[in-house]
Write a protein that binds this ligand. Structure first.
Ligand code: 7TS
Length: 412
């Protein structure tokens, strides 16, 4: 990757590594402000995947021939690099299809083997549906109790009643960064309090791993879920990071090839972790792509990426806050990363997004799979501009100009 050779980080050079950002839509330059939904992919990721398919494509963990062994090595090396980038050991990283699959793995395997009627799981009102619905399914099936940490009108977790909520809880599940508010939650502090109450902690890192530089160990959680496509990687690959003994003690979630040590008609014995949780042919090219994405972030410098993005989010937050008739959701920009959601007086978020699309500005509108959070904030929907380090200040100009056009068009 060229950035690795660059002595000094350049945001403009980073941007050039993303081929899609050079295209036009409706005859206008693409302004991509929906990275919280999925990030764009750098050339290094596209090339790593294409190279795998062109030179090494074979199934893994089973071939005795060279290219199968090479594919296995590439897949397991990707696991090592991805785990290391999050301060974890490769044996603690189970590859899944995405963050949703990782939460479901915990709910199905850990949840169904450990939770019985009346057991308590604590979640927050800020969760993405991916960390709500699997627990709702379990509640309907097992009769567990779910309690919620409320959100303040400013978009922070209200921790004033935390100890009471945690009393008797078996698990606390919370998002590290809100996909609607950008709020960075004080996960380490909350995890310590949950552990003191005897609960395990699941952290949803879908929005934090792409934007913040941290070690999962420092969060003090037991389960951490991530999704590759928001961190410059391809779709179809995510992960669950969990303590080794915890994974060892959990039953398999899905059964099939590769997750077994031995199968007889009378029964099966499981493979060791993480393979015990990776039944069937895994997303090989996708894991390799995510490994390349992690290398890309590291060669650009995680701190450089964070700094570039922080400046963009600060500016977007400031300018949107000054717009008449615009209500920005969530905390000040010092407490948030990666995105700014807002509502405009007199114009539905879907209409805002549709007007912006005419200028090739891509934002998401709706409840962003966080319906309870929108309800808590007293809005049906919002528009959301989200960033990665490949965005540039002129993207914010285009966003603001689009909002002015929307206001003129709707006469508000
Ligand atoms: N958790 C959070 C906090 C998320 O933002 C998302 C996706 C997920 C979990 C699920 O990730 P997946 O890869 O399994 O789908 N969030 C969004 C979003 O905000 N807009 O589109 C997807």
């Amino acid at each position: 990757m060229k950035l690795a050779q660059a002595s000094k980080f350049s945001a403009a050079r980073l941007r050039e590594e993303f081929p899609i950002l050079a295209r036009t839509v409706h005859g206008k330059p693409l302004v991509y402000l929906d990275s919280a939904a999925t990030s764009q992919k750098p050339r290094a990721v596209l090339e790593a995947m294409q190279d795998y398919y062109q030179r090494t494509n074979a199934n893994i963990h089973r071939g005795v021939y060279q290219i199968s062994e090479d594919a296995t090595t590439l897949y397991e090396q990707a696991r090592k690099r991805i785990a290391a980038s999050l301060g974890a050991s490769p044996r603690e990283l189970v590859f899944t299809g995405n963050a949703t699959a990782a939460v479901n793995l915990v709910a199905y395997s850990w949840g169904r083997s450990r939770l019985k009627q009346g057991d308590v799981v604590v979640l927050t009102e800020m969760e993405h549906h991916a960390n709500l619905v699997p627990w709702h399914i379990l509640r309907d099936e097992r009769g567990i109790e779910i309690r919620y940490i409320p959100v303040t009108p400013e978009g922070r977790l209200d921790l004033s009643n935390l100890d009471a909520l945690l009393s008797g809880a078996k698990l606390l599940g919370l998002t590290h960064v809100s996909n609607v508010l950008g709020t960075v939650n004080p996960v380490a502090e909350i995890a310590a309090r949950a552990h003191a109450a005897g609960a395990l902690v699941l952290v949803d890192g879908a929005q934090s791993a792409p934007h913040l530089h941290f070690s999962v160990a420092d969060l003090g959680c037991d389960f951490f879920v991530l999704t590759g496509h928001k961190m410059f990687g391809p779709t179809g690959i995510g992960g669950l990071i969990a303590r080794r003994e915890l994974l060892d003690s959990m039953p398999p979630f899905m059964g099939g090839g590769d997750m077994i040590r031995e199968v007889k008609l009378s029964g099966s014995r499981w493979n060791s972790v993480p393979h015990k949780f990776e039944a069937g042919t895994p997303p090989i090219a996708e894991a390799i792509g995510l490994g390349a994405a992690v290398d890309f972030m590291e060669s650009a410098g995680r701190d450089n990426l964070e700094e570039t993005e922080r400046a963009l989010v600060n500016e977007a937050h400031e300018r949107l806050s000054q717009e008449p008739g615009v209500r920005v959701l969530g905390p000040p920009s010092t407490e948030r990363v990666c995105l700014v959601s807002f509502v405009m007086e007199g114009i539905h978020p879907h209409d805002v997004a549709a007007v912006l699309d005419r200028d090739a500005v891509c934002v998401r509108a709706g409840h962003h799979c966080a319906q309870p959070l929108h309800e808590a904030l007293g809005v049906d929907a919002s528009a959301r501009a989200s960033f990665h380090a490949y965005n540039q200040p002129s993207d914010i100009d285009a966003l603001i100009a689009g909002l002015h056009r929307a206001r003129a068009l709707f006469g508000v």
